[in-house]
Design a protein. Structure first.
Lengths: 382, 356
């Protein structure tokens, strides 16, 4: 909160090195406490930890490194593990005759799909938490993935859709409808969209759509076969065509959402304050919603419904770099794919010879984090 | 409210009749109203039962039906009615009643219409362990029921422990988290099941009466008969708890013991029909509030049970006959109807600015 409030005063650019420290703040090692006196007086009542730019850049570098390492690990580890040297060899001096090189190449698609899905879900989740001003927002919890799923299943069932580029449009339509309904229902009434109302509206939408979905699935064994493999949220077995099909939509969504960092900082202060500072919260939310739907729809069409990545990542990042959305949004582009790829790698080896899909592992790890967030939250907020 | 109308109606005579017969009248009015309601609901359930057995794709006349009950075999009709329609309808009635009571127990005890076992993950817990038992260990029959009960009890234990001192909202949110976790487990197990198993499990997971047989009806009947006296005891405790923990303790209720009894009772009532017919979506969630509204704002376990039975029977008739040629699982209909109702309830409680 403190840092978001500070950034309002400081303007649009990321804070310079002399970021104001609150009186009670613990100075970062190597960082002089030559804080601007005016700010520190103005905000001295807020005993919050602040986050220096140097510290944030440090975490940025660390996350880039982590993501790089995880991506390499994702290429190397699996049913047949390959030495890191051979992986690099296969990437830069590909030899078609070498069996290990072929394995690495087959894992490249999977890794790229993981990167795209992970960054889409992470960025969408972070943005949703800002737009809804709600620490529990997540494409899975709010029923947006369920909307996309229902639409895709309807596509499979009625129109015989069988590839990702046709899933895409159904997924977009489904997630857009679900997002609008959930948010509209939850935000009616005086207290606005509180976490419990959003979560319940999401659960209701998910359950209702689940019923309609099973109505289609129990009547068609072929649809069930297609759906059952898509639903688990697996990154395996994707083709370059699928990845390329979603890429433009993901790119547009990422660009839209990355531009909303300042707006989300304003919204964190409350709608009235944001309006007073010259923003239009309604318009901003609508623009963000377009980006969120593009990203959630793309990720769902490519890999099936994967929940909880979008919930966990922003909470982890807040602990690292503070609540400033201008940092959270870009960093979620690095953190989320790292976590998803890590889940995928773990899923490959945890139950050999079969695999646990990344989406399942994400939910198994993410649901306890969700519960922890609920337990930590103050009663007044939740 | 009824006191006031009674005063108006008997205003003149009240002063002359010593002892005030109108007071007794007014005090009896809600009870009479409830008896009247129960009678009507019981008649409705019976009518729906009859509709499910006699009408539909295969019509049976009433004399034929009694002839078959008496042991007479009518070629064709006997099998359809005795092995198909009758067990399905009976299972639907029992499961619906059980879900309805379970939902009302949780909703009244936690004093929140959203706290029904299908929303806070208890039904999902039952499904997860039941699917695990079928897929991993090949369990069939009564073993599945045992697995479902264990799963539901475990989830109830975990979420109440985690939600200690977090209030009703905290419990609901934690329950939603637990439900998501259980759903991931179910999805994973489903993806590992072989195709024929998966189709069967998919139908069961939606909640279906189509695979009903006499064995399941018998098991559920015995279980519910055993639980009935406990429900009667719990109903009394529940009235105390519905005033809130502190008030109930002040009135001499043993609150922790009553909570424990009611939680176990609610979990069993939710898990048993889940094992027999699958987690029929939203029945537990819908029955309590509907019964409460019919009853003029007072919660009533038997009425909730009757409402639950009526919902399942009506939904079953729609599910079986909506699309000619295919018989949908009953959970599809209750889910499709329940979701809008939940959304409406959210909007309504928002307007009244309570809850959430």
């Amino acid at each position: 909160m403190a840092s978001a409030a500070v950034s309002v005063k400081e303007g649009t650019t990321p804070e310079p090195a002399s970021v104001p420290f609150a009186a009670a703040a613990v100075p970062t090692p190597g960082h002089t406490t030559a804080a601007s006196q005016g700010s520190s007086q103005r905000f001295s009542t807020v005993p919050a930890k602040t986050f220096g730019t140097r510290r944030r850049l440090l975490w940025l570098t660390a996350l880039v490194l982590v993501l790089g390492v995880v991506a390499l690990v994702s290429l190397a580890i699996g049913a047949r593990s390959i030495a890191p040297g051979t992986v690099l060899d296969a990437l830069f001096h590909f030899d078609p005759a070498n069996g290990d090189h072929a394995v690495v190449h087959s894992r490249v698609v999977r890794t790229v799909a993981g990167l795209i899905v992970g960054l889409s879900l992470g960025l969408a989740g972070t943005s949703m938490q800002g737009v809804a001003r709600n620490p529990l927002a997540d494409p899975g919890i709010l029923g947006i993935n369920a909307g996309a799923s229902l639409a895709v299943v309807a596509g499979i069932f009625f129109l015989g859709a069988a590839n990702v580029s046709s899933y895409l449009w159904f997924a977009f339509a489904g997630s857009a409808v679900a997002a609008v309904v959930v948010y509209a229902v939850a935000s009616l009434g005086r207290s606005g969209a509180t976490p419990v109302k959003l979560a319940l509206a999401g659960a209701a939408i998910a359950a209702g759509m689940g019923s309609l979905m099973s109505a289609m699935l129990v009547t068609s064994q072929d649809s069930l076969e297609l759906f059952r493999r898509w639903q688990v949220g697996a990154l395996a077995g994707k083709s370059w065509d699928s990845v390329v099909a979603v890429l433009p939509f993901v790119a547009v969504g990422v660009v839209i959402l990355l531009c909303t960092g300042r707006l989300l900082n304003m919204l964190a202060l409350g709608d009235d304050m944001a309006r007073g500072l010259g923003h239009r919260p309604g318009l901003g939310r609508a623009i963000s919603a377009v980006g969120i739907v593009l990203l959630c729809g793309s990720a769902t069409a490519l890999a099936g419904p994967i929940g909880f990545i979008g919930l966990v990542v922003p909470h982890l990042l807040r602990g690292l770099v503070g609540p400033d959305y201008r940092w959270l949004l870009p960093l979620s582009l690095l953190g989320a794919p790292a976590i998803l790829l890590a889940a995928d790698v773990v899923g490959r080896v945890i139950l050999l010879p079969s695999e646990v899909p990344a989406g399942i592992l994400a939910a198994l790890i993410g649901a306890p984090v969700f519960i922890a967030v609920v337990r930590r939250g103050k009663q007044a907020e939740l | 409210m009824s006191v006031q109308t009674a005063v108006k109606g008997h205003g003149k005579t009240a002063s002359t009749v010593v002892g005030g017969a109108w007071v007794r009248d007014a005090r009896k009015a809600p009870r009479r109203r409830r008896a009247c309601l129960m009678g009507t609901m019981a008649a409705l359930v019976f009518a729906l039962l009859a509709v499910n057995i006699l009408l539909g794709s295969y019509t049976v006349t009433i004399p034929d039906f009694f002839a078959m009950l008496g042991g007479k075999t009518i070629p064709g009709a006997s099998f359809i009615v005795m092995e198909n329609k009758l067990p399905q309808a009976l299972l639907g009635m029992l499961a619906g009643a059980s879900f309805g009571v379970a939902g009302a127990v949780f909703q009244t005890m936690l004093r929140n219409p959203l706290a029904s076992p299908d929303i806070i993950g208890i039904s999902y817990g039952a499904s997860a362990t039941a699917v695990a038992a079928v897929v991993l260990f090949g369990v069939r029959g009564a073993g599945v029921s045992v697995a479902a009960i264990i799963g539901a009890l475990l989830v109830a234990l975990v979420i109440t422990a985690l939600a200690r001192r977090r209030g009703g909202t905290g419990l609901i949110l934690i329950g939603i988290g637990a439900a998501a976790f259980m759903q991931a487990v179910v999805t994973f197990l489903m993806s590992r099941a072989d195709v024929s198993n998966a189709q069967e499990l998919m139908v069961w997971l939606t909640g279906s009466l189509n695979s009903a047989n006499w064995e399941r009806v018998g098991l559920l009947t015995i279980a519910l008969v055993v639980l009935a006296p406990f429900v009667a005891v719990g109903s009394r405790e529940l009235r105390g708890l519905s005033l809130g923990g502190d008030t109930a303790a002040g009135l001499g209720f043993n609150v922790p013991r009553a909570r424990l009894l009611l939680t176990i009772l609610g979990v069993l009532l939710a898990a048993l029909p889940t094992a027999a017919a699958g987690p029929i979506a939203f029945v537990a969630f819908l029955s309590g509030p509907i019964a409460k509204r019919l009853n003029g704002g007072a919660a009533s376990l038997p009425l909730s049970g009757l409402v639950g039975a009526a919902i399942v029977l009506a939904a079953h008739f729609v599910a079986v006959n909506a699309i000619p040629g295919t018989s949908l699982p009953v959970g599809v209909v209750t889910g499709a109807l329940g979701a809008p109702f939940l959304l409406w309830l959210l909007i309504y409680t928002n307007r009244a600015n309570q809850g959430g």
